[in-house]
Design a protein around this ligand. Structure first.
Ligand SMILES: [Fe+2]
Ligand SMILES: [Fe+2]
Length: 471
């Protein structure tokens, strides 16, 4: 009887240890958690607590063994305490992780179609587009498109709930009309590939919409910015959302709010949103993959986390940089270098990532959110060595233009998330800074130069710069 009881206690104690270990392993294996631990000290206590719930029953059980040798009755009481703690140590971490997993994998049955740019390049030198949406119940759809009429079409082979309808091999510098089933006709413009064209690629970019945050000014700011971008006279080809789309990635309603707001604008100017640290919290990547890089979309040159978009002689490389270099794995670094090496020196190379390389900013919980040492040490030398022309980031919620060793940097976290206060630190690389203002970067890539305009949320120009080839 004594032996059975001892084995039972030992099993429970080991199970509590295993439960905490399993939960911590899973949580730290998903994108962004390591960065959360490193950059936000106030959140570390939650991870310590899970570890404590695993270790404490074992410590109490050992104490019971020692105490029981001298005071048998006290030892029995302490063993009961160890058993109770073990039960808590098994149930609480698994319960919390189960809740996070369930919430982070919950998807909307039906979502509005969103027109997205995908990795790679079509047969005529401009990127393919994908119309992505979900329906419940399953449905079978036809996408009509064409230049002067809707003479071409894509029809799904069978009814499905997760739709990815790809517009392949588009012609450059062409305005296409398109229509889903019997919906209204819309149109978008493709980039140019003729090296002598006046405008090669015209895109807008801003980050940090933080949909769902109490302090975010949504949907008004995103609607105002994209309302300017979608006007036919402004002739944008793409709008990039530089991460922190949702305020808390594991919560599905933040993503449906983002989709409901952003989707209608993508019908005129296709979108390319990518991951920021908030999008990944915790296991939020599942939502991103379902809504903005669906598994049916192609990744011929990258992955659904980091990829390369080619438009003629303009190459956009997006990296998964969430908090800093926490996700800059050897694989991602090797892929990044391979892309940089493969692009001719005379072409334009534009790198986009959520976290910034050079930036002014403030301290948060004692940690500087400016000129981040890890990014400057590990990423800046690559950008300089391969003569990257322009880098765009969000993460800090202000507008800024910087230059360092030939590389131009834009920080533009102005898509609606709460704005940062005035900076405590001004980067030596900084040439222009604006806090307290929502806005976006309006980037026109021409054969000989890049015209960069910072605009506020209504489209009014705040500041402009001309960027030459970095060579
Ligand atoms: Fe942000
Ligand atoms: Fe961020």
């Amino acid at each position: 009887m004594f032996r059975v009881r001892t084995i039972l206690v030992a099993v429970l104690v080991v199970a509590a240890l295993a439960s905490a270990g399993l939960v911590l392993w899973w949580v730290f294996s998903v994108d962004g958690t390591l960065g959360l631990y490193q950059w936000m000290p106030s959140y570390r206590v939650a991870f310590y607590l899970v570890g404590l719930l695993g270790v404490l029953p074992a410590l109490v059980a050992l104490t019971a063994v020692v105490v029981g040798r001298f005071f048998a009755r006290v030892g029995r009481i302490v063993i009961v305490l160890a058993v109770l703690l073990a039960l808590v140590g098994i149930v609480v971490p698994l319960g919390v992780a189960g809740y996070i997993w369930q919430t982070s994998t919950e998807l909307a049955g039906t979502t509005p179609p969103v027109l997205l740019v995908q990795d790679g390049v079509g047969a005529h030198g401009v990127p393919d587009l994908a119309l992505v949406f979900r329906t419940d119940p399953a449905s079978q759809n036809t996408l009509y498109y064409g230049v002067d009429d809707l003479s071409e079409s894509v029809t799904e082979a069978q009814p499905t709930g997760a739709h990815v309808m790809v517009l392949r091999d588009l012609q450059p510098a062409t305005r296409y009309q398109w229509r889903l089933n019997d919906g209204p006709a819309r149109s978008f413009l493709t980039p140019a590939t003729d090296p002598a064209a006046d405008v090669l690629y015209h895109f807008g970019a801003s980050g940090d919409s933080h949909f769902g945050a109490d302090t975010a000014q949504q949907p008004q700011i995103a609607q105002s910015i994209l309302g300017y971008v979608r006007q036919p006279a402004h002739q944008f080809h793409t709008f990039f959302v530089l991460g922190d789309i949702a305020d808390m990635g594991m919560e599905n309603d933040k993503w449906t709010f983002a989709l409901d707001t952003l989707s209608p604008f993508s019908y005129d100017v296709p979108l390319r949103p990518f991951l920021g640290n908030h999008d990944t919290l915790i296991n939020g990547v599942e939502h991103y993959f379902a809504y903005f890089y669906s598994s049916g979309m192609a990744t011929p040159q990258g992955t659904s986390r980091y990829y390369r978009i080619d438009a003629g002689t303009v190459h956009v490389i997006t990296l998964e940089m969430l908090w800093g270099v926490d996700m800059f794995t050897p694989q991602q670094k090797e892929w990044f270098i391979r892309q940089l090496e493969s692009i001719p020196a005379t072409d334009w190379v534009i790198v986009m990532m959520h976290s910034m390389v050079y930036s002014s900013g403030i301290k948060l919980e004692g940690i500087p959110w400016y000129d981040p040492a890890d990014m400057i040490r590990e990423v800046a030398p690559l950008l300089e060595q391969y003569q990257v022309d322009l880098v765009l980031s969000g993460h800090n919620h202000h507008l800024e233009f910087l230059q360092h060793n030939g590389v131009s940097y834009v920080v533009v976290g102005g898509l609606g998330g709460p704005l940062d206060p005035a900076p405590e630190y001004r980067s030596p690389a900084s040439l222009w800074y604006r806090d307290g203002t929502f806005g976006f970067a309006d980037v026109t890539v021409r054969p000989e130069r890049i015209d960069l305009e910072f605009r506020d949320a209504t489209g009014v120009e705040l500041q402009s710069f001309t960027i030459g080839q970095n060579q």
